[in-house]
Structures are given as C-alpha cells and as structure tokens.
Ligand binder design. Structure first.
Ligand code: SER
Length: 604
C-alpha cells in the first residue's frame, strides 16, 4: 500500500531533480479574483506567467494544489469521482516542451512510482480544422512519435478531438472566451483490465480506464474570436494524487485510498453499516466522505456556511452530507464533526478546527430543523388525506430547503408513491428556477473561469482606488467586506455604520478621479505575506492567501503611493486606462455594512 503523502514527496523531489522549483499551493478560496470561486486547477494561479509574465522562481515550477471542481458534483457516488482532490502539477513557462514532459511523466509513473508500463495507455490530439477543412491546429504527431519512442505501442495510443484532448478552463477552442488560454493535451490512462467489452477505449466510461495525468501544451490564447499562438510554448501538467494512488495500488476505488479511507472507516463506526455491502449505502458513504472533505477544506480558509458564493457551496456540501448520514441512520448532532476530525492530520484543518467544528455543528442543527419542519408538514398533509404531488415537493424544496430526496424517502417509508407526473412537475419547476438563478450567478459558477476581460480589469483597479479613498476619508475602520465585478459595473461592500451622504459620495468620486487623471502606474511585487503586511499592504482573510502573495501598488511602491493591497490581479498598468468613475447606487446591508455600485461607463 502506498500513501498519498509518499507520492506527494516523490513527485516534488523528482521534479526538483529535473531543475524545478517548488511553489506553495494557492488557497482554494480565491481572493482578489472577483469572478472565480475556487481554485480548480494548478495552472489557475499561474495564468499571468503562462501568458508571458516573468515568474520570480524561474521557468520550471512544481506544486501540489488542493482543487475543487463542482462540475462533477452529481457524479459523486461512484468509485472514482470527487469534487475535492489534490493535483500534482509541473510547469514549463516557455522552457522545456513535449519531449522532456512526456518522458519525465512516464519516468515518474513507471520508474519513480513503479507503475507497470504495460498498463499505461495514452491519448493525443487529432488536430482541429475549420468548417472549410482548413487546418487551425495540427494533429499532434510529435507527441505520438515521442510516446512510440518511449515504448508505448501504437495499439495503446489513441487520437481524440477537441472534446477530449484539448484543455482550457472553459473547454474546447469554441467554448473559450476572449483572453482564455489553452492547448492540445496528452493524457495517460491506467488500465484496470476489466470490464472487457467490444469498442472499449481509454475514454470509455465503463471504469476499465482511469485518467491519471494530463500534459497540456498551453500554446494558444483566444483573441478576437480566433486562436492565436502565445509568445511561449508552455507545459501544464496535472495529475490527481488520489487517482495516482489508485493506479499504484491497482485498486479502482478512490474511497479506499489513504486520503479518504479514514472517513469511510469513521462512517462505518458511527452507522454500524459496512462499506461495500450494498450499492445504495455505498453511495451515501462516498458522498459524505467527499463532500465533508471538500466543505472542511473550504472552511479551513475562513468560510462559513451561508447563502452566498463560497459559503453557499459549503452549505450545500454539508447539507447533502447530513442527508446521507440520515439515510445511513446516523442522527446524532456532532456526527459530522466526529467524521471530519479524521482530517485533522492536515495542519490547515487542525489549526482551524474550532471554527470548523462549531460551524459544522451549527449547520447540522439548522438542516435538521429543516428536515423536521418538512417531515411535520408532510405528515400533516398525509393525515389530512392530501396527495404529495410534484408541486408540494417543489414548494417544500424551494421555500423550506427540504430536498426532493427527503420527500421521496418519506413517501417510501410510508409505502406511498411519487407519480411520474409529479416527477415531471418537480423537474419542470426546478428547471425554471434554475434557469433564473443561472442567469444571475452564471459568471461566478462557470467552473472556475476568471473573467479577465479589459473592462473587468479596469473596474478591478477602480475597486482598489475606491477602497483606498474610503479609508483616507473615513479612517482605517473602513474595510472591504466583499467585491463583485462585471464588465459593466463594480460592486463593493465595506464596513460603515450608515449610508454615505451625497456630499460624501462626491468626495470619494473626486479623490478616485483625481488619481485616475494623474496617470499613476500600477505595479506588483511578489513577496511573503508577512513582508506584505509589514509594509502596510491591505490584506483581508489572511487564511486565504498562499505563503507568497502579490502586492499591487498604485503609485510608487517605495515612496508615495495611493493604494497598496494584497491581490491576485490582474490590473491596468496605468490609472489613466480606467476612465471616469461614478458611484451610481448604494444600499445598506445591515450589520454595519454598506454596498456601493460604481461604473466607468456613461450612465443613461
Ligand atoms: N490544467 C490541466 C488540468 O487541470 C493540467 O494541469 O487537468
């Protein structure tokens, strides 16, 4: 048996021996990037460098990055999908390319870890043409030849199109928005040997093959609707730590790896149910293990369950865990934190344990209350002879937060049926509401896609100016409580006991616009968080920053500056680019927080 910790160490040491510098992992909860909720890939914090900016640590980097992918949330329950995972990553920022990458990748898997080479299959990009058949991106013959040379026989090398062998945070070249980077990739799959059936291939979902690593050749950026070559030919490798452990142990269940198995054991202990006894209870074991691990890792960065953004995700993950514990017959409050306590061997979790434990318990109680209220309502309906139809189930879900699965479970226990028609009605209502909320949250839930369009970048710098102006005018008790930016406007929440007067708004606008008109430079330096703090850089939610941070300064960083803030960027280079800023709306959010909206566009 191997452990995740051993694989992590081996990976970092291996890439260090190939001239790489280890960089600290970024936080899961991204701060200073107003449109992205969570880090979902190791490359995400490196985007400016993949686009050509110089990285202070050089051109060969490696790390282990905790990541969260909500796209896969509905798949969790089988033996291989999780929302949270750790990603081993190595990067070449315009340094080595395909030859070195593919050979090191294979060397790491087979020589360093000892995975049987005969069980490895690979995929490469088949190329991309436009509607007229003109080549846009060539077929990746180079990688094909390298794999052959490395001893992977041609029967185990497959060519796929952009749906499978193109990587960008937003999908295929067609799906990439302006400014997004990506490129063809080459994946390595582990063959578990079964099930055997005709037509099976590495990307088949039957469970025989498991993708354990992806070498992306990030060479393109979407510009003016077309793919353009980046100045650098980059490598972005990512391999799921948990999956690599599965391959190494030739064991196809992610929940039996060293990283998750203790959660499963604890649930067995509390529920007196055995894992791997029946498919439906296994599903509950897996959902609880993954969702709780994800929620705890989010909470370790200072997020607590709420109705908004990161907090909403934590809430959803926790509630689903409570529900599945209920299905396993575990009703004791405090069960969640008992299970989560097995994760305390991670420093980040141990150091924040009190916060995590308290919030798990509060959320557990809140959701139990919802369950109780829902069950009472259902009981009342049933005893008055009413039907539990799709509309009732949807209202309970929408108004009380009572999930459909609970209504179904209730009916099952009463020996009652939820008709096909009820199912359809629920689905229809659900879709209608989902569409509505999708429209409002589309930007932030887009699977971790940062909107770094020019307009958003301008308003991001304007946000720093507003923040600094508010503090200069009202003193240092004013601090950022939230920020959200679209191409049209910025929204900024800050601590303040009352709404601003018109005169005060005018004062803030004047100060901001004076700085803009002065054309001050906006520059950043990378340094340790401690150094940034000692220089007086504004910083919030310290838990969410990595050890090394970027500090953006408007003005002269060593002398007379207007604003200095820890932030992921990007920002404009000179304040002149922002244009005239106007505050057009304010609200009082309660509890000493005021929200303002501002824009650099001409208002109607
Ligand atoms: N960016 C790629 C991925 O996330 C490889 O690191 O899969």
């Amino acid at each position: 048996m191997s452990t995740g910790a051993e694989i992590r160490n081996k990976y970092i040491n291996f890439f260090k021996s190939k001239g790489h510098k280890e960089i600290p992992a970024s936080p899961l909860v991204l701060e200073g990037d107003p449109t992205t909720l969570f880090t979902s890939a190791g490359m995400q914090p490196l985007i400016p460098y993949l686009k050509g900016e110089e990285h202070p640590k050089g051109r060969r980097l490696c790390d282990v990055q905790p990541s969260l992918r909500l796209q896969d949330i509905e798949e969790v329950g089988d033996n291989r999908h999780t929302t949270f995972f750790e990603m081993l990553g190595n990067w070449s920022l315009g340094d080595y390319f395909k030859e070195e990458q593919l050979s090191w990748c294979l060397e790491f898997f087979t020589k360093e870890l000892g995975i049987d080479k005969n069980k490895l299959w690979v995929s490469v990009f088949e190329g991309l043409r436009d509607e007229k058949g003109k080549e846009i991106v060539p077929k990746d013959e180079t990688s094909y030849k390298i794999w052959l040379k490395l001893g992977i026989p041609k029967e185990r090398i497959f060519f796929y199109g952009p749906k499978k062998n193109w990587w960008s945070r937003s999908g295929t070249p067609d799906e990439m928005p302006e400014g997004e980077i990506g490129g063809p990739d080459s994946e390595v799959f582990y063959d578990f040997g079964t099930p055997i059936h005709p037509g099976c291939h590495p990307n088949c979902d039957c469970g025989r093959f498991l993708e354990i690593g992806n070498s992306v050749f990030i060479e393109y950026e979407k510009k003016n609707g077309k793919l353009e070559e980046l100045p650098l030919k980059n490598v972005d490798f990512g391999g799921g730590l948990e999956r690599i452990e599965m391959a190494l142990d030739n064991q196809p269940d992610i929940f039996k790896t060293s990283l998750l198995k203790d959660l499963v054991l604890k649930i067995e202990e509390l529920s007196s149910t055995k894992y791997e006894e029946n498919i439906s209870t296994d599903k509950s074991f897996r959902i609880i293990s993954d969702h709780l691990r994800a929620a705890v890792n989010i909470m370790a960065e200072g997020v607590y369950p709420s109705n908004k953004l990161h907090g909403y995700v934590a809430r959803r993950l926790i509630r689903k865990s409570v529900f599945h514990l209920f299905l396993l017959g575990v009703n004791e409050t405090g069960s969640l934190s008992q299970i989560a306590s097995v994760l305390k061997n991670e420093d980040k979790i141990n150091n924040n344990w009190q916060f995590i434990k308290e919030n798990l318990e509060i959320e557990e109680m809140k959701f139990k209350k919802i369950m109780e209220v829902g069950v009472k309502k259902l009981d009342r309906l049933v005893s008055s002879g009413k039907n539990i139809d799709g509309k009732t189930a949807f209202d309970l879900y929408q108004n009380d937060g009572f999930p459909l699965e609970l209504t179904l479970e209730f009916l099952r226990r009463k020996g009652m049926r939820f008709t096909k028609k009820s199912e359809e009605i629920f689905k229809r209502e659900f879709e209608r509401h989902r569409e509505l909320s999708r429209k409002t949250t589309a930007r932030v839930f887009k699977g971790g896609l940062a909107d770094n369009s020019k307009e958003v970048v301008k308003l991001h710098t304007a946000t720093h100016l507003i923040h600094a102006s508010l503090r200069k005018i009202f003193g240092d008790t004013v601090s950022q409580k939230g920020s959200n930016i679209t191409a049209e406007r910025l929204r900024f929440d800050f601590s303040f006991p009352r709404k601003l007067t018109d005169e005060e708004i005018g004062k803030v606008e004047k100060m901001v616009n004076e700085v803009i008109d002065k054309g001050l430079p906006v520059v950043f330096e990378t340094k340790s968080l401690d150094e940034a703090i000692s220089e007086g850089a504004l910083h919030f939610f310290a838990e969410r920053y990595g050890k090394e941070v970027k500090v953006y300064t408007v003005g002269d960083p060593k002398g007379d500056y207007f604003s200095k803030e820890v932030c992921g960027g990007p920002h404009v280079e000179n304040t002149k680019e922002i244009g005239h800023v106007k505050i057009f709306k304010q609200e009082k959010l309660g509890l000493g927080v005021v929200r303002i909206y501002a824009t650099n566009k001409v208002l109607d």
